[in-house]
Design a protein around this ligand. Sequence first.
Ligand code: NAP
Length: 244
Amino acid sequence: MKKNKTIFLTGASSGIGRELALDYAAPGVVLLLTGRDTGRLEEVGNLCRQKGAHVETCTIDVTERAAFEKKILDWDDQYPIDLLIANAGISGGDLYKIIDINLGGTFNTVTPLIPRMIARKSGHIVLMSSMAGFRGMPNAPAYSVSKVAVRAYGDALRPLLKPEGILVSTIFPGFVRTPLTDVNNFTMPFLMDVEKAAALIKCSIEAGKSSIAFPWQMHVFCWLLGVMPRAVGDWILSCGPQKH
Ligand SMILES: NC(=O)c1ccc[n+]([C@@H]2O[C@H](COP(=O)([O-])OP(=O)(O)OC[C@H]3O[C@@H](n4cnc5c(N)ncnc54)[C@H](OP(=O)(O)O)[C@@H]3O)[C@@H](O)[C@H]2O)c1
């Protein structure tokens, strides 16, 4: 089992990211945490410090490319990053903003560190996709496009970076109870508590899994949707829950 000492995590101020930060917090661990809401981010930082971790926080938007790159590289100069978790994301609102944050933000998080990790011949990059990353979803068109793209980015990086000694993992959660899903007004099958989801993600990251998909029932369903004839998938999805 691989232990990571310096962990850079985006979207640490809420939901899955918050829970992951708390799970990783321990003596000897350096946590580099970002989010947009200073109050919530600092609260997570303080809780992690109480668990013995060294914590640095930065309130910054993942779409602010130049400023974010500078921050990442400054942090990496001080604390060479072992594990990067590109988790920040949104699921609703303006279509272009969803793509900007979920895909553009992922690029902005990952690309500055690739040359550093290659030079060190080590590192682990973890990307946050979704069960909506297996095909376009009628109830979340832009969101599913962003997550399909993140899945493809992971698939591209994994073989590219493996010879450099860098691991790439992609996470595909089903529905997890967080502020992001609290706004959904439809039944969410196999809804999972965030504590369970974060524990599963951490355990799979430490095991070096390239794909982290849960719960298994949603994984089977969404994987089948991605490979079955389009007309059949379209019909099944038209019978499913829709956002109102
Ligand atoms: N919950 C689920 O069911 C589910 C399922 C599949 C995939 N996911 C993915 O998991 C990730 C985390 O989701 P969550 O459920 O934990 O949602 P959440 O509770 O709403 O947390 C989202 C996090 O991302 C941060 N964030 C959003 N936009 C940002 C931006 N432009 N710049 C910097 N940080 C930004 C938020 O920061 P602030 O709060 O400080 O603004 C927050 O810390 C997302 O990528 C989401 O798509 C979630």
